[in-house]
Design a protein around this ligand. Structure first.
Ligand code: SAM
Length: 283
């Protein structure tokens, strides 16, 4: 390692000695293993001159590694104590620190029309809303590198036909190509979480896909289907979308989707076909 480089475990130990705490309510488990941190950066993202935002830097384990490599870096942290710590400890690094709720962040406000990258060891209590919030801004992103609980990673990668497959799988796979990179054991963190974590790389699909408006309709259909995931599509769509049974049957027939299937057995393409037929009917 570089001369003068304080390894992350020592760094975190030092700031903790000076009174910095890990707040459970904010999902704070800090990375303290340099080889894992290096691996996240090496395998998780392209290393070119992209605008980059980090969600939840905490004491800055990743931030310290990223700042020398990415001249355009923003770090978004909700916890005032961690913001003050970063201002104090990382003042030699050129990045923009934003003290705010990441769920309110608009990426276009950071880098305009460009496409950037997002990285984060995400706070577990809002992983799902955060993923949805940023997938909804896919037009501002080339990709994301995220660390989540292993079970969430299972759901993000799940294919039709199992319990893990659901709205999150569909939302992620609709917008991105997902690659599961590696698992991270509890021992890589302080304090240690109870569960294993997983690092994933999401490369946003290059074609424009849905406009925001169409996305809304798409998820309306998907949510209706999954509202009762064990029931037949014919019934869940008819009740969830307030459509007569006969019309629902017609839509499914025109889309080429078996009305007896359950939400968890239907792939993304078939949901897209259902949406397309329903849209055509309504217009
Ligand atoms: N990146 C650090 C690391 O890997 O060691 C910390 C990761 S920790 C799992 C999650 C971080 O997200 C915490 O620092 C927490 O304060 C922050 N956080 C929690 N909720 C947030 C929110 N709504 N917006 C921004 N940051 C948030």
């Amino acid at each position: 390692t570089k001369a003068g480089w304080e390894d992350t475990a020592s760094y975190v130990r030092r700031v903790v000695r000076h009174g910095v705490r890990a707040k459970k309510s904010l999902g704070q488990n800090f990375l303290v293993n340099d080889s894992i941190i290096e691996r996240i950066v090496r395998e998780g993202m392209p290393l070119n001159d992209l605008p980059l935002v980090e969600i939840g830097p905490g004491p800055g384990a990743l931030t310290r590694m990223l700042a020398p490599k990415f001249p355009r870096l923003w770090a978004v942290e909700l916890d005032k104590e961690k913001v003050e710590l970063l201002q104090r400890e990382l003042n030699a690094y050129p990045f923009v620190l934003l003290h705010m709720d990441a769920l309110k962040l608009k990426l276009a406000n950071l880098w305009g029309q460009e496409k950037g990258w997002l990285i984060g060891n995400l706070p577990y209590y809002i992983t799902n809303p955060l993923l949805m919030h940023f997938l909804n801004q896919a037009e501002s992103l080339l990709g994301m590198t995220v660390m989540v609980q292993k079970e969430v990673a299972d759901r993000m990668c799940a294919l039709p036909g199992g319990r893990d497959y659901g709205i999150l799988s569909i939302a992620v796979q609709l917008s991105a190509e997902v690659k599961r990179l590696f698992d991270v054991p509890p021992s890589a963190f302080w304090p240690q979480p109870k569960v294993t974590s997983t690092v994933l790389r999401l490369d946003i699909r290059p074609y424009p896909g849905f406009s925001l408006e169409k996305r809304d309709v798409f998820f309306k259909v998907v949510r209706a289907a999954f509202a009762q995931r064990r029931k037949m599509l014919l019934n869940t769509l008819s009740s969830g979308l307030s459509l007569p049974k006969e019309l629902t049957a017609e839509i499914l027939k025109a889309a080429g989707v078996d009305p007896k299937l359950r939400a968890e057995d239907v792939g993304i393409l078939d949901y897209q076909k259902i949406v397309a037929v329903w849209e055509a009917q309504r217009n």
